[in-house]
Design a binder for this molecule. Structure first.
Ligand SMILES: [Zn+2]
Length: 188
């Protein structure tokens, strides 16, 4: 690991959707979704010590959201506002200074990316973020979408592979291929 592999003071760390419903026992569980927590917390600790911005996104759906199967969407009901499934995992150690980004909170459209119409891209530019580090859930859905949007917004983007987990191994492998082609750098 060289110096560039450390989170710098002008970098931002994006922790994507580390919520109960995406962990074992939740409504839309990812195998070993909670196994990434020690690595995620170590990244948060590193970012905090560097005075880097820590951002935590959350899926935050109204009941009857367009992404739910009963509304014709692809996913079972998950991350419903103010229910326990939508809460961050209890072992996620966010600093009080963390910026919380809410997405999927409007009934008629979904947002996989934490940079999709959330205002976060503008906020990162306002803060002159040099690089964007990304970890969290799920690698092949919201993490991938966020990383692609980060590249599109012009940020050098690093994905911490050991701090992310996919819905399926095949989906995870395909996501890594797509992200590599888009110019995302990988950090173990
Ligand atoms: Zn969702």
């Amino acid at each position: 690991m060289n110096m560039d592999d450390r989170i710098g003071s002008n970098d931002a760390l994006l922790v994507i959707d580390v919520q109960n419903d995406f962990c074992p026992g939740g409504a839309l569980p990812i195998d070993a979704g909670d196994a990434i927590l020690p690595r995620v917390n170590a990244l948060i600790d590193e970012a905090t010590r560097s005075n880097a911005l820590v951002v935590a996104s959350r899926d935050w759906h109204p009941p009857g959201h367009v992404s739910f199967i009963e509304q014709g969407g692809p996913w079972p009901r998950h991350c419903v506002q103010n229910e326990s499934g939508a809460a961050f995992h209890r072992d996620l150690k966010l600093p009080s200074s963390a910026l919380i980004v809410t997405k999927g909170d409007r009934p008629d459209f979904d947002q996989y990316s934490a940079l999709d119409r959330t205002g976060l891209a503008d906020e990162l530019k306002r803060r002159k973020a040099q690089r964007v580090w990304i970890c969290g859930l799920a690698l092949d859905v919201c993490v991938k979408a966020t990383a692609l949007d980060s590249i599109a917004a012009g940020f050098p983007t690093l994905l911490v592979t050991s701090a992310s987990a996919p819905v399926s191994p095949e989906g995870g492998a395909a996501a890594l291929d797509e992200l590599a082609r888009a110019g995302v750098q990988f950090v173990a």
